[in-house]
Ligand binder design. Structure first.
Ligand code: LLP
Length: 421
């Protein structure tokens, strides 16, 4: 459920009509609903009420500091994968004790800065990383709390580019070697072993892969305890999918996901950490765009928008579908015709949707891409020298620009000419 609905025939974000935002900020623009963010975060908290837990928002999904502050103020922790994301979480007022540091390629400098700034745990993904972290922590006179990210070799049954828990993926330590690496970790001076971590993929729409992976995690935890490790925290990763198509069967709910966690690892008495990103932010955002031209082609018509693949790359990158809806609701029974919805970028890949059934639309009309609050703005670029798409947060009947659109002068001013030109 989200808070983007039609009122009096006009699509609103909560109580704000989207044309009002377009008039003030222009398009394209990302628009987030505070109420949806709060609601989705609350559902995960509720799903884990049966145990000691921390819901760490995966900052990669939407890293605007306003989004992070809204969630942080509700008690969210943060899952970060770079010192940049760490800095954003801190700028949003989240203290180090609520930040878990994940990622397959943390640099020494990133580890050092996070140790100095404070961190709840490092999710360590390799032996070289473990050894380096121990050295850095010891040199600072500290110990680094760690979980090893274990690769359970489970098929997450999602898009191959966002599947992470198979043995051929670059992530984690193979589960067969986990006991050996835990023994090594425990012997290192700068390391304190506290838990186990897993993350098997993103946009999972079936709970079975989670059940399998978490079952393996429970077995491993028992073995590690018998080896003498004090495993007291389990980080289950993120990955629960969202409905991208209204017509589709809805993926499982957070409460059902929480139940799987309870059934698989609930008897171990561990604190549970989860790292949802998409499920909190995805349906809390739309990308608002305007029609530039309606162009007749050979056997097909093109709806050319002012939003492009640089603003929302998911369709080009993962063949992802986002519902595209007119902001002014078509009257019941309005005629529809097939249109290829495209952006202005000079690549055929800049196609959002082919032969989409849409009501009559023309230059200046507004459309909204639904489910664009996660992996939307964060993956945007300035390709074709298109300014980075702005972000707006709505809360009830008010809205604020939380990242302004840069001017062309600002964009060009970031660059330098070498002295010989
Ligand atoms: N934890 C770790 C260690 C992760 O790698 C990820 C996502 C998450 C948590 C959050 O997963 P979520 O709950 O959002 O599914 N750009 C892609 C998605 C990449 C996901 C990468 N890792 C997309 O647009 O679909």
């Amino acid at each position: 459920m989200d808070h983007f609905n039609y009122h009096d025939g006009v699509l609103h974000a909560e109580e704000v009509p989207l044309p009002e935002i377009a008039a003030e900020v222009g398009t394209p623009a990302y628009i987030y609903s505070s109420a949806t963010l709060r609601r989705h975060f609350g559902l995960f908290v509720q799903a884990l009420e049966w145990t000691d837990h921390l819901v760490c928002f995966a900052v990669k999904a939407n890293s605007n500091i306003a989004v992070l502050k809204l969630l942080g103020d509700m008690g969210a922790g943060m899952d970060v994968v770079s010192i940049g994301e760490y800095a954003r979480a801190r700028a949003a007022g989240v203290e180090g004790e609520r930040i878990v540091f994940s990622g397959v390629g943390k640099t020494r400098e990133e580890m050092r800065l996070a140790l100095i700034g404070g961190v709840r745990q490092f999710n360590v993904e390799s032996e070289p990383e473990l050894v380096a972290l121990s050295e850095i922590a010891a040199s600072l006179g500290r110990t680094a709390p760690i979980a090893l990210r274990v690769n359970p070799d489970v098929d997450a049954k999602t898009h191959e580019k966002i599947s992470t828990g198979k043995s051929e993926n670059k992530f984690g330590i193979p589960i067969a070697r986990a006991r050996e690496v835990y023994a090594r970790a425990a012997a290192l001076p700068g390391i304190e072993v506290i838990g186990v971590d897993m993350h098997i993929g993103s946009q999972l729409t079936d709970l079975e892969p989670f059940r399998q992976a978490y079952g393996k995690m429970a077995d491993l935890t028992r073995k590690l305890r018998s080896d003498g490790h004090d495993i007291r925290r389990l980080d289950m990763g993120g990955g629960l999918g969202i409905p991208y198509e209204r017509s589709n069967n809805a993926p499982p709910l957070p409460i059902e996901y929480g139940q799987v966690i309870r059934e698989t690892v609930g008897d171990l008495g561990c604190e549970i950490v989860i790292e949802p990103g998409r499920n909190i932010a995805g349906n809390a955002g739309v990308l608002l765009a305007s029609v530039v031209w309606l162009k007749q082609g050979e056997g097909r018509d093109f709806l050319i928008l002012d939003a492009a693949m640089n603003d929302l790359i998911r369709p080009a990158m993962y063949s992802a579908h986002h519902d595209i809806v007119p902001v002014v609701e078509p009257p019941p029974g309005a005629s529809v015709s097939p249109l290829d919805v495209v952006g202005p970028i000079c690549e055929t890949g800049d196609t959002f949707e082919k032969a989409m059934q849409l009501p009559p639309l023309g230059p200046g009309d507004l459309v909204a891409f639904r489910s664009a609050g996660a992996y939307g703005a964060v993956m945007a670029s300035e390709y074709n020298t298109r300014p980075l798409v702005p972000e707006i947060m709505v809360d009830g009947d008010r809205f604020a620009v939380i990242r302004p659109r840069p001017s062309l002068e600002e964009m060009i001013a970031r660059e330098r000419l070498p002295e010989w030109l």
